[in-house]
Design a protein around this ligand. Structure first.
Ligand code: CA
Length: 296
């Protein structure tokens, strides 16, 4: 077995909104876990509330980290969060930097999501269509919870309004005032490499005509959704992955912010259906090797 990804500390994978560990046989992190393990890493995909605030999810994550440290005997963990998972891990690292070796944001809305802003504006929760959307999301969340074969713990609390507020530009601005660790000082810049002993990294992608909308993504409903969602962006028009803007994703050392990967491709969803010239699993392998080289 290769040891290229044999990081010193376990790698904990934290999903985003409507996250899961495994839907029947379909994992959230498609292909990542076996690939990282083949490289010698200890990898643990965890579950936090599928719909809740980043703070509540972060508290749940801190509980899981305690368990993982006990089970593995490790002193710290490397956290990788996708989408809202990025805010979740930032919270955990801000609260307990002593337990966290690194925070890596993958397509994280670190300055909010313009898609969430659009929904707040166009589907206010007191209106009929706002209530309909909420009911639909809660139903989807319930079905996904029933189908999750990778998480066997107790039912985690759901608060859709809190989840939504945790993703809007205004909501994340509030979050950022309390938990600014690793954020860039200027829009589009890089953040600090290290804060309170925790390394910060990020990467993200953008929709690119002729690349992301090619080959297998033509069959992927999540890609078609991203193309529709991208139209709601104004500040970062043409510079989003469908759910998060390119600069909004910046945190710590920005590894790259324009991979030809939509918001789901970046974790190899759905089932490895991605566009042209993209290999999301390879990015995780490279990153684990980077963490290892940094002694993390
Ligand atoms: Ca896809």
């Amino acid at each position: 077995m290769s040891q290229e990804q044999a990081t010193r500390y376990p790698i904990v994978l934290v999903p985003g909104l409507l996250g899961f560990v495994k839907l029947v046989v379909y994992p959230y992190w498609v292909g990542m876990v076996p690939a990282l393990r083949r490289g010698g890493a200890t990898v643990i995909p965890v579950m936090v509330s599928a719909m809740n605030s980043s703070e509540i999810r972060g508290e749940q994550l801190l509980g899981r980290i305690d368990e993982i440290l006990r089970e593995t005997g490790a002193a710290k963990v490397n956290l990788i969060g996708h989408s809202q998972g990025a805010l979740t891990i930032r919270y955990a690292a801000a609260k307990r930097p002593d337990l966290i070796a690194s925070v890596t944001s993958v397509a994280g809305p670190n300055h909010g999501s313009e898609l969430a802003d659009f929904f707040e504006l166009r589907f206010p929760r007191h209106t009929a269509r706002g209530r309909l959307l909420n009911a639909a999301l809660l139903f989807v969340g319930w079905v996904m919870h029933r189908l999750d074969t990778g998480y066997r713990g107790t039912r985690l609390p759901t608060d859709l309004d809190a989840a939504h507020h945790s993703l809007t530009t205004a909501g994340v601005a509030l979050f950022n005032r309390q938990f600014p660790q690793g954020l860039p000082q200027i829009w589009g810049g890089q953040g600090a490499e290290q804060v309170n002993g925790v390394r910060y990294y990020s990467w993200s992608g953008t929709l690119q005509k002729g690349r992301t909308n090619r080959v297998l993504n033509l069959l992927d409903v999540t890609h078609i959704s991203c193309q529709i969602f991208a139209r709601t962006f104004t500040k970062e028009r043409g510079q989003s992955d469908g759910m998060v803007g390119r600069f909004s994703s910046h945190l710590g050392t920005v590894i790259r912010d324009d991979y030809p990967l939509d918001h789901f491709d970046i974790v190899n969803q759905s089932l490895g259906l991605v566009g042209k010239g993209a290999n999301a699993v390879a990015l995780f392998l490279e990153h684990a090797a980077r963490l290892k080289a940094a002694g993390l």
